[in-house]
Design a protein around this ligand. Structure first.
Ligand code: ZN
Length: 60
């Protein structure tokens, strides 16, 4: 399981419609909240889904 925390920049497997696949984690709990670094859109994912969809952690 990747190691991450609030503030980490992560790369997701699937690209956001705005053209980037880099997201910043803004909340960690039972759900993970991530914000697109390009368009600023926030998305909440259950932790188990997030762990499946994350490709790598860029900054911890
Ligand atoms: Zn976006």
């Amino acid at each position: 399981m990747p190691n991450y925390q609030v503030g980490s920049i992560v790369v997701m497997k699937k690209q956001h419609p705005c053209g980037t696949n880099e997201w910043q984690i803004t909340r960690v709990g039972a759900d993970i909240k991530i914000k697109c670094v390009k368009c600023g859109r926030s998305v909440m994912l259950p932790r188990i889904d997030f762990n499946k969809k994350v490709k790598k952690v860029l900054t911890y």
